[in-house]
Design a protein around this ligand. Structure first.
Ligand SMILES: Nc1ncnc2c1ncn2[C@@H]1O[C@H](COP(=O)(O)OP(=O)(O)O)[C@@H](O)[C@H]1O
Ligand SMILES: [Mg+2]
Length: 305
């Protein structure tokens, strides 16, 4: 990575006796999407608010586009969608977005943005009268209308209906395609899976896992092949035909599970052995790990609500 768009090193944030951020480090490549994934209370908002220059850290360093997060030169270059609020309650939605756009030298077209986020019909409505989901989408529009180089989106789809979530995802993808760096927080696995080039899993203020979704879910001996066939196959013979370290079991009768590094070669070896032994493997399925499985392994907990 040349110069990362964002670099966080050894970040610490305490609130009284609570260490909410406990030595978090990560880097974000330009024009990529990073998801900070973790349950409520993990320290996501504290981390991004320090990166946004809204809170001061108790330890560690942050560089945003190479600068200190409080550097005023960052204002036109960074967009922020806070977890809640961030607007003038009396202004109408459309006015507010146009006002924010007017601060920028080369804004996106506010009308187009309202359209993409299904806000055109409510552009004449005062902010405080918008529904929660509409306020949230307007807040997203305000974060990106100035064509920032880097945007922070704190739980951009929390509480949105599925349609609005899709619209938000589409916008994030479009931003990335335009070369914008996106840092978003989420407690939703599928959101991280859908959008993120890199995922940083945090729990109790620490990084407990990081990498691409593929890195995180790659089956290091954790995958399985399952199939159904006549009971009593010679499982030790099948195992002998497979790479070392692969195990084969039958339980219950007629249901087979092959555990090992699940890759195309393993699948081919299993089906070749079946073909050679006149075995028709029914319901053959490949089970690899999901981000959810990984999360469970990393934190020992399901995502807390
Ligand atoms: N201003 C604050 N004062 C005291 N405690 C806080 C404050 N902000 C956050 N916390 C606590 O810090 C922890 C991390 O919170 P937060 O950064 O909001 O996590 P997340 O965004 O992942 O839910 C939580 O236990 C939360 O209650
Ligand atoms: Mg939060």
């Amino acid at each position: 990575m040349d110069q990362p768009a964002l670099e966080v090193a050894g970040l610490v944030k305490r609130y009284g006796g609570l260490t909410a951020v406990d030595g978090i480090s990560f880097r974000v490549a330009p024009a990529s999407v990073l998801a900070l994934l973790g349950p409520n209370g993990a320290g996501k908002t504290s981390t991004v608010e320090i990166c946004e220059g809204f809170r001061r850290p108790d330890g560690g360093t942050v560089r945003v586009l190479g600068l200190d997060p409080r550097d005023r030169a960052l204002r036109p270059r960074v967009g922020v969608m806070p977890q809640a609020g961030g607007a003038y309650p009396g202004l109408r939605a459309g006015e507010m977005l146009r006002l924010v756009a007017s601060y920028s030298a080369h804004p996106l077209d506010p009308g187009d943005l309202l359209d993409r986020l299904a806000l055109t019909d409510v552009q004449g409505t005062a902010y405080r009268r918008l529904s929660g989901g509409q306020q949230q989408r307007l807040s997203l529009a305000m974060a990106v209308v100035g064509r920032p180089e880097l945007v922070f989106l704190d739980e951009p789809t929390a509480g949105l209906d599925p349609q609005a979530r899709r619209a938000t995802w589409e916008l994030v993808r479009a931003l990335r395609a335009d070369g914008v760096t996106v840092v978003l927080t989420t407690h939703l696995m599928d959101e991280a899976e859908q959008l993120a080039d890199h995922v940083v899993v945090i729990d109790h203020g620490r990084v407990v896992g990081a990498g691409t979704v593929d890195d995180l879910t790659r089956t290091e001996a954790a995958g399985q092949l399952r199939f159904r066939a006549t009971p009593g196959l010679a499982v030790h013979q099948l195992a002998a035909a497979l790479p070392t370290g692969t195990t084969v079991g039958e339980a219950p009768a007629g249901q087979y599970v092959v555990t090992g590094t699940v890759d195309p070669q393993l699948l081919a070896a299993v089906t070749a052995w079946c073909a050679g032994n006149g075995v028709l493997a029914e319901d053959l399925r490949v089970e690899t790990r999901t981000l959810e499985d990984v999360f469970l392994e990393l934190t020992g907990t399901e995502l807390r609500p």
